[in-house]
Design a protein around this ligand. Structure first.
Ligand code: ATP
Length: 235
């Protein structure tokens, strides 16, 4: 097991945003977490990233309990985050944004080789490496955010709503890119509001509602569940 979120409760002040949530990701998997606005998906990402502390339960990465590890050290355990809204340094070049991802000493040693791999995955970023990140299209900026995550050489990539704000055409490309990354041996925990696409590419999936896991399992099974089809797929 690469990542295990076990019976986690997370809150903001007096409000509880996640109740008894358990999610696991195995080596080589794409695991999708889907659900409506406010279901707690970003809260889950922030708890795994060490930005929010669980009140109960634990978060284990490859056997190491990281529930109390400070957020700037969580990446040492082989996890990288592609945050919601990309959070690029728009006044810095594409190349500098990418290199920021390789600040971990383990990643720094292989920086040039990893950069070459990122450029192979996103040839457009090689062409635009000297442009300011803020001058790129939305889809290209999302590629920079993903590329920056990959520069950390993670074994697991956490992606928070990578398709948000992208045109429908580019959204399809984004999901193909996620599959390509996964095929290169990186496990992916994908948090998405695009339920259809997220279930299509996943090996395992979880449905979140109001801070709880309300369904989980094989995406083919969830996609054929009448209540999920009605609630999320409009069928
Ligand atoms: P979205 O797709 O809109 O980001 P989400 O599924 O990621 O939705 P969260 O953002 O995790 O959901 O929100 C879960 C719950 O926690 C919501 O009820 C939300 O109002 C609450 N919440 C989120 N962030 C905060 C915060 N900083 N302070 C207080 N409550 C918060």
């Amino acid at each position: 097991m690469l990542l295990e979120v076990a019976n986690v409760e997370v809150g903001y002040g007096d409000a509880t945003a996640l109740w008894d949530v358990s999610v696991s990701v195995k080596q080589g998997e794409i695991v999708s977490v889907v659900g409506p606005n406010g279901a707690g998906k970003s809260t889950l990402v922030n708890a795994i990233a060490g930005i929010l502390r669980p009140r109960k339960g634990k978060i284990v990465i490859e056997g190491n309990d990281v529930s109390k590890v400070p957020s700037h050290r969580v990446c040492d355990y082989g996890i990288a985050i592609v945050p919601e809204g990309r959070r690029l340094f728009t006044e810095m070049t594409v190349l500098d944004n990418l290199l920021l991802g390789a600040y971990r000493s383990a990643a720094r040693a292989d920086r040039d080789a990893t950069l070459a791999e990122v450029f192979k995955l996103f040839p457009v970023l090689k062409d635009r490496q000297d442009s300011l990140a803020g001058s790129l299209s939305g889809g290209q900026q999302q590629m920079v955010a993903i590329g920056r995550g990959l520069m950390a050489k993670p074994r697991i990539l956490l992606m928070d709503e990578p398709s948000l704000g992208l045109s429908p055409l580019i959204v399809g490309d984004m999901f193909k890119i996620i599959q390509m990354i996964n095929e290169r041996g990186v496990a992916v925990l994908l948090v998405e509001q695009n339920v259809n696409k997220a279930l299509e590419i996943a090996h395992q999936a979880y449905v979140f509602e109001q801070g709880r896991v309300t369904a989980s399992g094989l995406p083919q099974v969830l996609i054929n569940d009448p209540s999920i089809r009605e609630a999320y797929l409009g069928i």
